[in-house]
Design a protein around this ligand. Structure first.
Ligand code: OOB
Length: 559
């Protein structure tokens, strides 16, 4: 097979737009791995720390060399450009070592979140048919180290490397020192800059989690532009407390922004104050990104014990995104945490909006920022597809130099979410102010945003319908003071005594991730329908919101 046939298929930008993005210098024909070589070439003996992970720290030279060793071993093993990998690692240095190694060979990974379970991994594997799986013994699915499990068998990967395992199939061995110089090993990637570098994960609104092909060109541009807006440099000490593969902590500007700028990424296991505050203090962290529920926890901790605030003295900028930040919470950030706020409204599909560092406080508190690129095109449309009047809410449609043009191998879904001009409809309802700043006011897509973690209603409904006693199911959001939204499953059942506990156990047994388990169940005799015969989810949302507000829990609640 010729080399060019091995590139992964993806929906390309039309030639004219692609050329204009090149002409403007957005797309530079550089692979994402260039950020490492740049740091190492600039200072070949550099001992500057790229990553701090627990008691370990990795210099740029070590990060580059270890990823080259893994890449060389994979290439020797027969891996090459156009292969795919499924990776699931927690917030550890190995996540980045593996990411760069795969890019160096030209293997495109799907980086599953650590909270993902059997169902998500199986679905990703089915879509990309990975030749390689890299997981962790720290995950319950692989804790036993037993490689004969059904998931690994059905995944069909030729090579399975586990972090935490000793021996020849342990990830540590593949990253470790080599007997030959990596340069003596067979030539390998990376793939050309306008080909797929890796897949981002869609928050999803359909039954199957969708994959987003991201090219080197588009992703690196988003990182560089994010760095300009957020002011990253070698001085940046970034705390990565959200799941490392997520688009926000990976590229907005996230860890890749830090590597591009020559700063330091400090890894946290989770965004709780107990994990993060000591790390901020110990490593003089000056930047981090959080989802709103984590911000609330930080504020509570600072309010409860003002002395912990001294631990945050080095923090100058807190980015908040992933879900809507309540104004009241936003106002407390500067007085209680002593740092500035930046709102970030982004999506794994592309478009990222930032409030700017120089914006007046009111703009930062009230809006979710404006598109980062002058070449982001945004249209706000009413239900008939016409532009709304200024200041009116409408559906966000966008295209641009780092917004994808199609989910991986999903023609039917793509036909629904892209218009004829290639604008992607994000499913968000927004208002745009005269300066182009967006405020998120609602959502069209059938998704629950549980404090930044996205749940596709249809996926959970399909799983519930596998239960023999459930005849109908509808998952909707319900308001929650800490998470913003939680999920409520309305079900119709032939077994009136069915308990929430049993249903959650059932979903878990089917491999549904913990964060997708409905927070509440309600049994109804029948689901309400709209005039056109669809389940009336708006009605269900109002019903649960009303019951919660009046605290008159309906006797049909099974929780
Ligand atoms: C980020 O990416 P995803 O792919 O997990 O989720 C995207 C969706 C958006 O379409 C929107 O519905 C929601 O999450 N969202 C926000 C928001 N940021 C994201 N809703 C309200 N306010 C915000 N600030 O969540 C993501 C990707 C890159 C940077 C930041 C967030």
């Amino acid at each position: 097979m010729s080399q060019s046939n091995r590139f992964l298929p993806y929906t390309r930008w039309p030639t004219e737009l692609a050329e204009s993005y090149r002409a403007k210098g957005h797309w530079r024909g550089e692979p994402l791995t260039a950020m490492l070589s740049r740091q190492c070439d600039a200072a070949p003996d550099a001992t500057a720390t790229a990553i701090v992970c627990g008691e370990r720290s990795l210099s740029y030279v070590e990060l580059d060399a270890s990823s080259t060793r893994l890449a060389a071993r994979l290439a020797r093993h027969g891996f090459r450009v156009g292969d795919t990998a499924l990776v699931q690692l927690p917030n550890v240095a190995e996540f980045y070592q593996v990411f760069f190694a795969l890019l160096k060979v030209g293997i495109a990974p799907v980086n599953a979140l650590f909270s993902h379970n059997r169902l998500e991994l199986a679905s990703y594997a089915e879509q990309i048919r990975p030749r390689l799986f890299i997981g962790s013994l720290a995950h319950p699915l692989f804790a036993s180290g037993d490689r004969s499990g059904e998931l690994l068998q059905t995944m069909g990967a030729e090579l399975v490397l586990l972090d935490g395992e000793g021996g020849a199939l342990g990830l540590a061995h593949w990253l470790g020192e080599m007997d030959v110089s990596p340069t003596q090993t067979p030539a390998h990637g990376p793939s050309p800059a306008d080909e797929v570098a890796f897949f981002q994960l869609s928050g999803g609104s359909t039954g199957t989690p969708k994959l987003i092909p991201r090219t080197h060109d588009d992703y690196l541009y988003s990182v560089r532009r994010s760095n300009e807006i957020c002011g990253l440099g070698p001085h940046t000490r970034y705390l990565c407390a959200l799941p490392a593969p997520h688009n926000f902590p990976l590229s907005s500007p996230g860890a890749l922004g830090v590597f591009e700028a020559g700063g330091t990424v400090v890894l946290a296991q989770d965004p709780s104050p107990t994990s993060c505050f000591p790390l901020v203090a110990r490593h003089s962290v000056n930047l981090t990104s959080l989802v709103p529920p984590a911000v609330s926890l930080w504020l509570q901790a600072a309010e409860a014990d003002p002395s912990v605030r001294s631990q945050l003295a080095s923090l100058t900028l807190l980015q908040v995104g992933g879900a809507k930040l309540a104004e009241a919470v936003a106002r407390k950030i500067r007085p209680l945490l002593g740092c500035r706020l930046q709102q970030v409204f982004g999506m794994a599909e592309g478009l990222v909006n930032y409030t700017r560092l120089s914006d007046p406080d009111e703009k930062i508190i009230h809006t979710q920022g404006s598109p980062m690129s002058p070449d982001d095109e945004v249209r706000i449309l009413d239900e008939a597809g016409n532009p709304v009047s200024p200041g009116q809410p409408g559906a966000l449609h966008t295209r641009g130099p780092y917004t994808f043009r199609g989910y991986y191998q999903s023609p039917a879904h793509n036909a629904r979410v892209f218009d004829s001009e290639g604008f992607y409809c994000s499913g968000d309802l927004v208002v745009q102010d005269p300066d182009g700043y967006l405020t998120v006011v609602g959502r069209q897509k059938d998704q629950i945003n549980r404090g930044g973690e996205k749940i596709a209603a249809e996926e959970v409904e399909n799983q519930l319908l596998h239960h023999p006693a459930i005849t109908q199911a509808a998952l909707v959001s319900m308001p929650d003071s800490t998470m913003g939204e939680k999920s409520c499953a309305f079900i119709v059942t032939t077994e009136p005594g069915l308990k929430a506990l049993i249903l959650r156990k059932f979903l878990r047994s089917r491999g549904v991730a913990e964060f997708k388990l409905p927070d509440r169940f309600e049994i109804l005799a029948a689901l309400p329908m709209t005039a056109v015969g669809k389940i009336d989810k708006k009605g269900l949302r109002e019903r649960i919101a009303h019951s919660l507000a009046s605290s008159q829990a309906d006797s049909t609640f099974t929780v």
